[in-house]
Design a protein around this ligand. Structure first.
Ligand SMILES: Cc1cc2nc3c(=O)[nH]c(=O)nc-3n(C[C@H](O)[C@H](O)[C@H](O)COP(=O)(O)OP(=O)(O)OC[C@H]3O[C@@H](n4cnc5c(N)ncnc54)[C@H](O)[C@@H]3O)c2cc1C
Length: 388
């Protein structure tokens, strides 16, 4: 997507074979087999092998998901198919199954084309990993743009009658001319599993800090591989682009003998829906408790600019700390400006394993157009300190 295949072949002398699906690998003989898109068998051998097979869209196990007019939200090809469908069918209403970040980004894209959107999912909570007060601010923004939100409805099947698709739930039905499936992704780890390699969380390929799998000649990187969590120290699976890219670089360095160990991830993520930015890093309160921390949490409402500065909007900031050690465990933010990059200060503090107190004393930038004197994250840290 980022560079044409020809650039790899001509500029970098890489034997790049598109349309070749690897179907199995044989670590004992350091070889693999597969088939081309025309059905022709091929095989290959290797000294070192890197698995970078990414992830695939989860598809709900209900009848009707294969109907024309039902689309997953994963590849560029999915995007093209959706655009073609909209071009040939008058789509007035769309039902989006799922309420994760990709589903929410899609609902904004559809609204900008004037399409009515209803979102539905089985879980009862709108964005479960987000603090409820922050999630409520996002929910209000989404509903203000006319999106119908239906959490807590089990999807039973999808039906089609001419151009009208119906998502049938246990207790209601939603209709539209298109259905989008945005219910998360799973690692493509079948090659690794078939070769007997160790697997990690969510069946991702288990790797060490050098991206080496349980076989010394096989590495794995990107969405298919697991990672160490910088806060818990435990294995985790967080399929995001920076880690994918960075782990590919590290694997390549290690294959050629430069020793590069990766620190791990702290789950920093950001997205926007309509005018609302949503950002997180580290652990939510629930995650902290699940990992056995005795956590304390504060939510504050601050502003994106200094009090007297025109154009300011609200920022909600949440900070989580550990009562036992005083350590910073996580932070979340929601607001209409200045959220996306602010969260990075907390992400760096997590990598440095800072205490909430040390973080609260960080010398963060201030000028009226950019924030209040006390950055919202510092105000939240000051508040949580009182509980530690
Ligand atoms: C809609 C969408 C929006 C996103 N937005 C963000 C964002 O804003 N921020 C962010 O950090 N991340 C985002 N992500 C996640 C990000 O795109 C991924 O983390 C990243 O692309 C993973 O890269 P990868 O190379 O590991 O996997 P992929 O990009 O999935 O590539 C895997 C490749 O392996 C190939 N492959 C798989 N199996 C085989 C096989 N058996 N034989 C041969 N080839 C095979 C596939 O065809 C594919 O080319 C988004 C993802 C999606 C779907």
């Amino acid at each position: 997507m980022v560079r044409p295949a020809q650039v790899f072949r001509e500029k970098q002398d890489i034997d790049l074979r598109t349309g070749h699906r690897v179907e199995s690998i044989d670590p004992a003989n350091k070889s693999g087999k597969g088939a081309t898109s025309e059905g022709k068998a091929f095989d290959f051998s290797y000294d070192k092998l890197l698995l970078a097979t990414g992830s695939r869209a989860n598809i709900p196990d209900v009848p009707g998901v294969g109907l024309p007019g039902v689309f997953a939200l994963k590849s560029l090809e999915d995007g093209r198919r959706i655009k073609q469908h909209i071009a040939k069918t008058p789509v007035r209403k769309t039902v989006v199954v799922g309420m994760g970040y990709i589903a929410l980004e899609m609902c904004e894209a559809l609204r900008s084309r004037g399409i009515e959107v209803h979102m539905v999912k089985p879980g009862p909570i709108f964005i479960p990993w987000l603090n409820p007060e922050l999630a409520d601010a996002v929910r209000q923004e989404v509903e203000a743009h006319g999106i119908g939100l239906y959490p807590g409805h089990e999807i039973k099947r999808i039906e089609a009658e001419k151009e009208v698709m119906t998502v049938v739930c246990s207790d209601m039905e939603l209709k539209g001319e298109m259905v989008l499936l945005g219910v998360g992704v799973s690692p493509c780890s079948e090659l690794a599993a078939g070769a007997g390699l160790s697997l990690g969380p969510n069946h991702s390929v288990a790797v060490d800090r050098f991206m080496m799998t349980s076989d010394h000649d096989i590495y794995a990187a990107g969405d298919c591989a697991d990672a160490y969590h910088g806060v818990t120290g435990k294995k985790t699976w967080i399929p995001l682009a920076l880690r994918a890219n960075r782990s590919g670089w590290a694997a390549a360095d290690n294959v050629i003998g430069r020793k590069v160990a990766l620190q791990g991830v702290v789950g920093t993520a950001v997205f926007k829906v309509f005018d609302m930015q949503i950002a997180r890093t580290g652990l939510s309160v629930k995650e902290a408790q699940d990992f056995g921390f005795d956590s304390a949490e504060t939510v504050i409402r601050s502003r994106s600019r200094a009090h007297a500065h025109p154009g300011a909007s609200g920022i909600w900031a949440q900070v989580v700390g550990d009562k036992k050690t005083g350590r910073l465990l996580g932070a979340q933010m929601v607001g209409k400006e200045g959220v996306a990059h602010r969260i990075n200060a907390a992400a760096v503090a997590l990598h440095a394993k800072m205490s909430v107190e040390a973080f609260s004393q960080s010398d963060l930038a201030y000028a009226p157009p950019f924030g209040p004197t006390w950055d919202p994250l510092l105000t939240a840290a000051n508040q949580v300190l009182k509980q530690l």
